[in-house]
Design a protein around this ligand. Structure first.
Ligand code: SF4
Ligand code: SF4
Length: 319
């Protein structure tokens, strides 16, 4: 039996909503099939007031073991580093996070806010928000770059706005079953099994990307969303087109550009006007090119692809 505690800092609860919709495995499967004992969760926990404080104190003192500490949302430090804008169970949430991270065997950050700070940490960051071990791309965050949980691992980051529920439950199962050694992390502490490949892999629009045929409207079935609508699928690390959402689809399959929500720079350009759902170009070349592609190579490849595009790329073939 692995004891799991889930707390929430500066968050919209989107990752909780996502988690509760997990299918492979589901949140119920974690309990019934995989031996995870959910001690408390903001939407599922039964204890309140003194009962909850007693539980937290038991964990901090070691009277009860904390195998997995899950955190959703940012660590709020405002005002002036006190953290009192986010009080929980009798003290600033940041104090609980510090104490619980010190005794947890594994710490898992769920969603962009807990991993990198996400939208709340956008300038001017009035809540003085931090991710658990990163602030945007900078390693450190609230716990500091040298932090290691009892298992010897740093915080396991599962980003996304929100994270896909099955990324969350599959990692929790691996950790609870003692297979954390199989989880290799990238330099941003994301499990490589989910975040080594690009969102573009598995996208149904890849042929249109190859022939440089553009979609110009949301939901348009023909065309690729990269050239005009700002799709970040070729430079975003996620399995959104391999592990589908609701087992059905993905943003790009549905005709909505990927906005790169699993990367620490999200929201890109701090949502400045004209930077969202729009491909910024200079002399006709996108400013943000697919990862690993050089400007000159992109231009040459693009010209050849456009000149040789078959007629069907301009038709609606999805009848
Ligand atoms: S829509 Fe986005 S993810 Fe799909 S092929 Fe085009 S650029 Fe790649
Ligand atoms: S498609 Fe892109 S923006 Fe959408 S969930 Fe996946 S990584 Fe995030």
């Amino acid at each position: 039996m692995a004891n799991l505690l889930w707390l929430q800092g500066g968050a919209c609860s989107g990752n909780t909503m996502s988690f509760l919709n997990a299918e492979s495995p589901s949140a119920c499967d974690l309990v019934t099939d995989f031996g995870i004992n959910i001690l408390w969760h903001p939407s599922l926990g039964m204890e309140l007031g003194d009962g909850l404080q007693e539980l937290l104190n038991d964990l901090v003192s070691g009277r009860k073991k904390l195998d997995i500490f899950v955190f959703e949302g940012t660590v709020i430090n405002a005002p002036d580093g006190t953290g009192t804008w986010n009080r929980f169970a009798g003290k600033p949430m940041k104090e609980w996070v510090q104490k619980l991270a010190a005794v947890a065997h594994y710490v898992v950050a769920i969603g962009d806010c807990a991993t990198w700070g996400g939208i709340p940490a956008m300038a001017p960051n009035p809540t003085e928000s931090q991710g658990l071990q990163f602030l945007k791309k900078a390693n450190g965050g609230f716990l500091g770059s040298s932090y290691r949980s009892g298992s010897g691992l740093p915080v396991i980051n599962i980003p996304g706005c929100p994270a896909h529920p099955d990324w969350v439950t599959q990692i929790l199962v691996a950790v609870a079953e003692g297979r954390a050694g199989d989880i290799t992390l990238d330099e941003l502490q994301r499990p490589k099994t989910f975040f080594q490949s690009f969102t573009q892999i598995g996208c149904t629009r890849n042929m249109f990307y190859a022939y440089k045929t553009s979609a110009t409207q949301f939901g348009q079935r023909r065309g690729c969303l990269f050239f005009d609508l700002g799709c970040r699928g070729p430079m975003t690390h996620s399995p959104c087109n391999r592990i589908l959402w609701n087992n059905q689809t993905s943003k790009t399959r549905a005709g909505m550009p990927c906005i790169g929500c699993t990367e620490p720079e999200f929201p890109f350009y701090d949502l400045a006007p004209g930077t969202v759902f729009k491909t910024s170009t200079f002399l006709g070349v996108p400013k943000d090119l697919p990862t690993g592609v050089e400007q000159m190579g992109y231009v040459k490849l693009g010209q050849a692809a456009k000149a040789n595009a078959p007629a069907w790329t301009e038709e609606d073939i999805f009848v």
